[in-house]
Design a protein around this ligand. Structure first.
Ligand code: 5AD
Length: 356
């Protein structure tokens, strides 16, 4: 197995069969080895500095009914909220004082958050914080909307593709949603000039090794600047309540595979990973992640943005917990970077002209 890992580090890709073997036959020893290799690559590109992003969850209203997600339209049991522009600016202010230089505005696809309203909020943040990056994570929008937000000052956009396989996509989403639409959005975002993030849930219901290989190929071709991976975790009020969650090990394996394939990509140790295991964040970093996204949302609303059971939003997962985060990072030899942390391509990439 080690020879595939060495080859992956050198060539940044593997053949189908080699990926299959790595994904199906990865024992504890192999996992340790690939995590080490990925950590080395991450250290070479970023040093021991971890970028922080302030996550502001601006609305938990959503018009979609994704089967895995706790804030799906069909969940009548959660209390819905939406931040005002003033609330959001207050979060940014607090974040800026704590050292954050990236604000991530994430939310459900909330019809009341009109393009006008989002554009105006982005412009206001841009005006008050000219030195900060603005990341949006607000789902699928028409290209024109993405263009307006970009013009108003947004720099980055996160939109996970969730799964590249169309049938699997249909298993995870309601009939009105399509993989094609999601991929079109990703192409639009890249084309407009956003630093674009995509990714998957690891261990989502129905996911197979073949699906994961399709995701790996898709990301290889799209070459996103950011790659987000977290374990699927069930939420009690969704149709997937009874399904098992993804595992820490499979998530760490994929994190390392993506780090070896995409040395300069920005890869977070996600909240879902930190929720699944008390040392998940640290293990993510030691497997090649180089970003963390503490929660900057108003405390009263945090519990309501429950994508999955017991989602972490306190302690080192929170903006107030930066000192704790710092301590945890120090214990594994890392420190917080308060730079903006834009994508820098300091590694020659594989040329791949295939269309996504
Ligand atoms: N478990 C893990 N991740 C989830 N997300 C949504 N619901 C869940 C869940 N139950 C992830 C999706 C989405 C991101 C914002 O959160 O991948 O893109």
């Amino acid at each position: 197995m080690k020879q595939w890992i060495n080859k992956l580090r050198q060539e940044r890709t593997l053949r189908q069969e080699e990926f299959r073997q790595l994904l199906t036959g990865c024992d504890a020893e192999t996992l340790r080895y690939i995590n080490e290799q990925a950590r080395e690559v991450s250290l070479l590109h970023f040093g021991n500095r971890i970028y922080i992003r302030g996550l502001i969850e601006i609305s938990n209203y959503c018009r979609n009914n994704c089967l895995y997600c706790g804030i799906r339209k069909g969940n009548p049991h959660i209390e819905r909220y939406r931040l005002t522009e003033e609330n959001i600016l207050e979060c940014c202010k607090q974040g800026y004082e704590r050292g954050f230089r990236t604000f991530v505005l994430q939310g459900g696809e909330d019809p009341a958050l009109t393009d006008d309203r989002i554009e105006k909020t982005v412009a206001a943040i841009r005006q008050s914080y000219p030195d900060c990056a603005i990341t949006l994570s607000l789902g699928e929008k028409p290209r024109e909307a993405y263009e307006r937000f970009f013009q108003a000052g947004a720099n980055r956009y996160l939109l996970r593709h969730e799964t590249r396989n169309e049938l699997h996509y249909k298993q995870l989403h309601p009939a009105e949603m399509s993989s094609k639409q999601r991929l079109q959005c990703l192409r639009d975002l890249k084309d407009i000039g956003y630093q674009t993030g995509t990714g998957i849930m690891v261990g989502s219901p129905g996911q197979t090794v073949e699906h994961i290989i399709e995701d790996i190929r898709f990301i290889e071709q799209l070459r996103p600047e950011m790659i987000g991976l977290g374990p699927f975790l069930p939420h009690h009020d969704t149709p997937f309540a009874g399904y098992p969650g993804g595992t820490v090990e499979q998530t760490l394996l994929l994190l390392s595979i993506f780090r070896l394939m995409h040395p300069s990509a920005l890869i977070p140790a996600t909240t879902a990973l930190a929720t699944l295991a008390p040392d998940g964040r640290e293990r993510g970093i030691l497997a090649g992640a180089n970003v963390v996204m503490p929660n900057l949302s108003p405390r009263e609303e945090r519990k309501k943005y429950e994508l999955y059971n017991d989602k972490a939003s306190l302690g080192a997962e929170s903006a107030e917990g930066l000192a704790l985060l710092q301590k945890q990072l120090k214990a594994i030899g890392y420190e917080i970077s308060t730079e903006r942390g834009d994508f820098k391509c300091n590694a020659p990439r594989n040329k791949n002209k295939e269309q996504i």
